[in-house]
Every structure is written in C-alpha cells, then in structure tokens.
Design a protein around this ligand. Structure first.
Ligand SMILES: [Zn+2]
Ligand SMILES: [Zn+2]
Length: 362
C-alpha cells in the first residue's frame, strides 16, 4: 500500500508527530481487530488455474482488449439500426478515408501486444516475490499504522469534541474503509492523472516535432475514421513510449500492487478501445463518466482537429489548461466551412507529408 511507504518516509524523518497519538485509548478503539475484508480481497494467489499472478497481470488487459474490440467490430459489421444511428461517421467513410486496411491494423496490434508481453515479463517481479510482498502481508498491522493518521485527520476536520464522538462510534469502520477503499481509489485516480499527464505531453510533442510525427505518430493518424481495434495501431516506438512506459510510470508512482496494476491496465485497454469505437452512446460508462471520450478523440483524428484534443485517455484537464481543447460545436463549424468548397484541404496537405514519408519508412 502507498500508505505504508509514506508512513515509513514521514516517521523516519521525524517531520511529523501525531498530534493526538498520546490518546492510546482512542487509537486502540479505532484500530481494526479483524480484517473487514471487502469482496475483492481474494486470498488465492492464483486467480485462474492456468496462469500465475504475473502471467494473469500481463494477459488480462490484452485478452480484454481483443474481446471488447471484437464486440465493437461485430457492431460495425452487423449494422444494427440502433447503432447505425449513433455512428460518429457514416460507415463507408471508413474504407474511403482511412489510409490503412483492417488486416494491417490487426497485424500491428498483435505485434504491439507481443512486445508488451516481453516488456511486461522483464518489468514485473516474479510471482514468488509478489506473493511474499503483496499477498501474505499483515493487513491488521497496516491498519493499525493507519489509525493515528485517521484520528488526526478526523479531529482536525471535526474538532476535538465531535471528532472524538465520531471516532469512538465509527472509527474502526472508518479506518477499515479508508484502508480497503479510500486509499486504493485515490491511488487509481492518481494513476489516471499520471497516465494522462505522460500521454498529453508526449502526444503533443509528437505533433509539434516533425521528426517524431513523420517517423512515429503519423502511423496512428492514418486512421481518420477510427474503429476500436485501431486504438493500438501505432508505430512500435510510440506504443512503447506512450502506452507501455506510461502505464509503468503510473503504476510505480501510485505504489500499486500487482492486482491494482492489472485493474489499471485493463481499464486503460477498455477505455482506449472505447475512445476509438466510432459510436456516440450516452449509456456507455466510458462515455458517460468521462468528457474525454469517443466523440472528443474523434475530433483529434480529423484534419481540422489534429492540433487539438491531445489529452488522452481519461480527462480533458491538460487541453483545458493549455488551450488545446476543441468542442464538438467548434468542430461542426469547421466542417460546415469545409463543405463550402475547402473539402479536406488541410487534411490533404498534412497527409501528403506524412504518407510520402511513411512510404519511405515502410
Ligand atoms: Zn495525435
Ligand atoms: Zn487515436
């Protein structure tokens, strides 16, 4: 847990003394005596019979990506009226405008995942180390380390009188909730933020630097009308820097356990596929919960939006702060302008540069 690392760092430096630490009766009352384990706390170190913890961590995001993209692909080809009405672009546009075929995308994604497995195998600790450091840990002791922090925080916010009343009544449950839910949720949110920050600045650099764009990022922009499988259609160098390295930095900075990392990587896989799915679906959790969604990222794939909406995959903060955001209304006004006779002029100019170079690279 991130808390353990923080606690060790702070207490060893003697920077902070628990203000109310002397009240041993209070601390004793709120220290959990049992695990209070939530549903997700599984003591079985091997979730599925055929894969160790490390293998499961590596394969889960990849298997989920292929399953979810296959589902999106089925919707693309089955042409159900409900989904047809909610396409961001008309279906024939996929064939007409994209500069790469579906089979080439599939091959590139497969290759990208092979690289990801090799890198992940080298990066993550072996299963026996994970078991020792993460599974067979003393959660009660960790919660007792957390208790004085919870006491301090509660008394600071609520004042001594009310704070003590609340702590004597609900303190134990509060400590257990913060340990099992509060801290992991903050870690996940923080990991999202790190991923976004990493990806925003690298993504923007790949557009601003001609060398990076021509050699690497232009591959992804061969898709003007994206579809789910195309989410990971990248040059391997970009796949390594933005996706693999970005995820590794996020999980390390958030002090995640292997299972937390598995969840983070799986959510990232689902989210990035959804961002390229090509449908506007209000009930889709990835589109309902995040302003950075399929419609938002689609703008970036168009010629008029290629210098906007760099943020991915979760939030739109960096676009907002640094003035690179383009709303759907602005995008629509650009489309209307194009229809007056400037059809894809900017796009073609951009495309000539990137494609002529891509041919040389290929
Ligand atoms: Zn881009
Ligand atoms: Zn994209």
């Amino acid at each position: 847990m991130a808390f353990a690392a923080l606690n060790k760092m702070v207490s060893s430096s003697n920077l902070f003394q628990h203000q109310y630490g002397y009240n041993s009766t209070l601390i004793n009352t709120i220290t959990p005596k049992s695990l209070h384990a939530p549903f997700y706390h599984l003591t079985d170190p091997q979730l599925i019979a055929i894969a160790s913890s490390k293998t499961f961590n590596l394969l889960c995001p990849i298997v989920v990506y292929w399953l979810i993209c296959t589902l999106w692909h089925h919707l693309d080809t089955a042409k159900y009226p409900y989904f047809e009405k909610r396409r961001i672009h008309e279906s024939p546009e996929i064939i007409a405008r994209n500069k790469v075929s579906f089979s080439e995308v599939i091959k590139a994604v497969f290759f990208q995942h092979c690289i990801q497995i090799v890198l992940g195998w080298l990066w993550f600790e072996d299963t026996d180390v994970i078991l020792k450091t993460q599974f067979y840990t003393d959660h009660i002791t960790k919660m007792s380390d957390l208790a004085p922090w919870v006491a301090d925080g509660t008394l600071l916010v609520l004042g001594r009188r009310t704070g003590e009343q609340v702590l004597y009544k609900y303190g134990e449950k509060l400590v257990a909730w913060i340990y099992w839910w509060g801290i992991p949720l903050v870690q996940m949110y923080f990991a999202f933020w790190v991923t976004d920050t990493w990806q925003y600045f690298w993504h923007r650099a790949m557009h601003n630097n001609r060398f990076l764009y021509r050699h690497f990022h232009s591959h992804h922009h061969r898709l003007y009308v994206s579809f789910a499988f195309g989410a990971l259609y990248n040059h391997p160098v970009e796949g390594f820097i933005l996706d693999s390295l970005g995820s590794a930095v996020a999980e390390k900075m958030a002090f995640m356990t292997m299972r937390q990392a598995t969840l983070l990587f799986t959510i990232s896989s689902i989210k990035t596929a959804d961002d390229h799915c090509g449908y506007k679906l209000w009930w889709d959790p990835c589109q309902l919960l995040f302003a950075n969604n399929a419609d938002y990222h689609d703008i970036h794939h168009q010629a008029y939006g290629i210098k906007s909406n760099f943020s991915q995959p979760y939030f739109t903060n960096w676009d907002k702060i640094l003035g690179t955001q383009m709303s759907r209304e602005e995008a629509d006004s650009k489309t209307r302008w194009k229809k007056l006779g400037h059809e894809y002029a900017e796009h073609d100019k951009h495309n000539v540069i990137s494609e002529s170079h891509a041919k040389k690279v290929d």
